[in-house]
Structures are given as structure tokens and as C-alpha cells.
Design a binder for this molecule. Sequence first.
Ligand code: APR
Length: 281
Amino acid sequence: MTGPEPAEAGRLLAAARRPVVFTGAGMSAESGVPTFRDAQTGLWQRYDPQELATPAAFRADPALVWGWYEARRRGVRRAEPHPGHRAVAAIVARLPDTVVITQNVDDLHERGGVPAPVRLHGSLFAPRCSACARPAPIPEDATAPEDDAAPGDGVASGDAVAPGGMPAPPDGRVTPPACAGCGAPVRPGVVWFGEALPSAALDAAVGAASGCDLLLTVGTSALVHPAAEIPLVAARLGAPVVQVNPVPTPLDAICAVNLRGPAGEVLPALVCAAWPDADAG
Ligand code: APR
């Protein structure tokens, strides 16, 4: 990256003591996990969120929805954190009061070295009962041919496998397991459109953004609320906001610095700019 921006962003990070790192789907794009709205590759360019990511969709066709999320979970399982994830962990290691807030439902921050990010939209690895909310075990992944498939969404490659390793119907439908407590269908532990965010996570995110002295926003289109409010909370309270995104977003105007590039390249460079002696991960 050229121009004054990287050095300026490095200076802001070096001066911070209570930074927030706020991430979206773009943070995991270089690990092969598709974003939602990127042209052609974004999930919502290929699938109708109303058919797959709402409570009504699950009630209407639980096997379609469960199959889709199971395929995404296996796709994420095959993905690996990239240098950007490790750079975020390096920031946390250097500044222990850092709070990492993510909209993502993959576990790449944790595998990249960030133990407990604040999860605004849940996780692909936290299924629960759709009726009594009892946590449910993550299904065993059969050692099926799909394991050597490319990382990522695991959906388009038609690699859906029914419990017990039998090939799932070509449409990817997989019957969700029954809750061990009440017998109702188990659902993915993600936040669907029209559902409230987990209040504890939202409170923690707003609290961190209100008290931060720098907010680094990475790989989000900032179109989905209330999550997209988080950078605005920090800016309103005077914290500088630094954005990492290859393209402009609605956040550009509130940012002290806009770093145009992929997270996997920009974040390690940012850590080095802030702390030349640092191992950016
Ligand atoms: N590095 C950084 N940013 C990237 C990269 C990359 N390698 N690749 C893409 N991006 C950017 C895109 O330019 C886009 O602005 O990441 C952003 C991804 O935007 P979305 O697909 O809209 O994802 P996100 O903002 O996380 O969506 C928010 O919407 O669908 C729901 O619940 C879902 O959490 C999700 C929420």
C-alpha cells in the first residue's frame, strides 16, 4: 500500500490502548469463506436469504435450511485462518484491552489466536434446540469425499452428506437432529434475518465501542443493522475509525483512514507499521 494512510493508521494503532477490532465477512474471504454481498461470489448473490436465513424458512423447510448451514459449517472447517486473522491476534497480544467484535459465524478468529471474540450473529458451531434452546452437539462429520474439496462454502460443490455419511439428497437437504430434551428440531446457532441479536453480545459490543480509543473495521459492507451501528458509536464518541476494505462503504465518511486492500495483506502491514519489531503473525 502506498500513500500516507498506512503510516497514519500505524500511528493511531500504536497510540491506542483500548482498541476495538470490528469484522465482517470480508475478514474471512481470503480463507475461501464467501462473503454475502460480493458480486458473483457472495452467498446472497446465489441463494435467497429469505429461503434460507429466516425463522419462517426453517419452519417451512427445516431440512433445506439445516443442510445448507451444515454444508457451510463443513466448508468453514476446511478453511484455515490467514495472516490477517493472526495479525488481529497479534494486536490482542500486544494490547490486552482490545475487544474483537465479529459479525461472522465462522470460527477463524478463534483458530487465528483470538480466544473470545464478541459474536453478534452467533456461530455455525453452536447448534441449539429451535424450541427449548437447549444446546445441541455439533454433528459428527463423516469422512466423506467432500473432505478433500476446496475450503469455503461447501455448498456449490454438492457435497452435502446426511448423518451417518450417506450422500444427502442432491438438493442438500439434511434432516436436523432432534433435541435430546424436548425432541424439537435442532437449529443452527446463528442470528437469522428478523431475529434480535444476542443481548449480552450487543451490550458488550456497544460498551466496548463506547469506551474505545480506536476502532478498526475490517471487511464489512456496513449495511446490516444493528451491527453496522458499532463503528458509528465509536466515531460519535470521538474515537478515530480506521477501515480496511478493498472498496468504499457507507463508513468511508466517518473514517480517519481508509485502507484499500485485502485484510490478509493490510492487517499484517498495519501491525508492522504500528510496531516495527512486532511479529505480525
Ligand atoms: N478483505 C477485506 N474486505 C473484503 C475482502 C477482503 N479480502 N473481500 C471482500 N471484502 C469486503 C467487501 O468489499 C464488502 O464490503 O467485505 C465486505 C463484505 O460485505 P458483506 O458480504 O455484506 O458481509 P457483512 O458486512 O459481514 O454482512 C453483514 O449480513 O448477511 C448478513 O449475517 C450476515 O453477518 C452478515 C451481515
